[in-house]
Design a protein around this ligand. Structure first.
Ligand code: PBG
Length: 327
């Protein structure tokens, strides 16, 4: 009597690194990665962000250098966030042609040429003294439609300074349509929109608020960002943004919302991005620093998982490091 052996042996294809590489279903490439970068006005030296080891608020000079390194590593794009020297109620530095992001864009556009895609986050929270993503009414609520006019103006300032892709992240209703109309009206028909269509009211943004100095001075963002309990709502947001003219859509955060990434990927026919946010970065860095996890393996596993879930493009603070490893 012969023993009963398994007929199928999936382990055969896992036996060697070469076999595993041959049958890998997901491959991350440097060009899939986008690096978020912070540039701060009025500082002489780059400043480390305490809750995000390895991430800096850049000067114009250090930004140029780091952007160069990213492009050299083959990173697909960089997305800029500005930290202005002065803030006010309407976030007037956001669309000032001499605002910090516009100055950085002009520098980088001439420096980098077409080596990587220059993108900009488009929101007001980094620029308002109250830290909210829009203009407030007298009673302290966000005035959706007044905010749209500000976003349209910021889009123009960013496009004129050289942003190839603007990324509205404020979750105001109608923001993509308002921005598209403004861009087209000014002849910027080639400026693309990466819509932060699906953006949850997430605790994972904690460290970002240090990096961008934009914690709300009162209240929170749950009247415009989405409830983590929902996913049908995300599909509705994505479809609305595509109707309004979005060229690409984003899900944010990434790691805790991989089901949403997959659902969006299965629903739309445009590129899907996912943003591995500051809290995802900080958790892995902190655990690695304590020696509790293998830093490099965890980073690459987290990025592969986001890509596998359906994100064509992954925004990550590890973009340059990961691209070097992959390249
Ligand atoms: C809003 C914006 C935020 C992030 C990106 N764009 C903060 C927020 O909505 O509170 C978070 C990114 C991160 O946590 O890495 N301008």
């Amino acid at each position: 009597m012969s023993a009963q052996f398994p007929v199928a042996r999936p382990r055969r294809l896992r036996r060697t690194p070469a076999l595993r590489r041959l049958v890998a279903e997901t491959r991350l490439a440097p060009a899939d990665l986008v690096l978020p970068m912070f540039v701060k006005e009025g500082i002489a030296e780059p400043q480390p962000v305490a809750s995000m080891p390895g991430v800096f608020q850049h000067t114009l000079d250090s930004l140029r250098k780091a952007a160069h390194e990213a492009a050299e590593a083959g990173v697909g794009g960089i997305i800029l966030f500005g930290v202005p020297a002065a803030k006010d109620g309407t976030g007037s530095a956001a669309d000032d042609p001499d605002g910090i992001v516009q100055r950085a864009l002009r520098d980088l556009a001439s420096d980098l040429g077409d080596a990587t895609v220059l993108m900009t986050d488009l929101c007001l929270d980094e620029y308002t003294d109250h830290g909210h993503c829009g203009i407030l009414t007298g009673s302290g609520e966000i005035d959706n439609d007044a905010t749209l006019e500000r976003y349209a103006s910021i889009a123009l300032a960013q496009a004129e300074a050289g942003s190839a892709v603007v990324g509205p992240s404020g979750m105001m209703d109608g923001q993509v349509g308002a921005i598209r109309t403004a861009l087209d009206g000014a002849g910027h028909t080639d400026t693309a929109i990466l819509a932060y269509s699906v953006k949850y009211a997430s605790a994972y943004y904690g460290p970002f608020r240090d990096a961008a100095e934009c914690a709300p001075q009162f209240g929170d963002r749950s009247t415009h960002q989405q409830d983590p309990a929902n996913t049908d709502e995300s599909i509705r947001e994505v479809l609305l943004d595509l109707d309004e003219g979005a060229d690409m859509v984003m899900v944010k955060p990434a790691g805790a919302y991989l089901d949403v990434v997959r659902r969006v990927r299965d629903t739309v026919d445009v590129p899907v991005a996912a943003y591995q946010v500051s809290g995802e970065y900080a958790m892995i860095e902190a655990a690695a620093e304590k020696g509790w996890i293998d830093r490099e393996r965890t980073i690459m596993e987290s990025l592969t998982s986001i890509h596998r879930a359906g994100a064509d493009i992954v925004l990550t603070y590890w973009a340059t490091e990961a691209a070097r490893r992959l390249g």
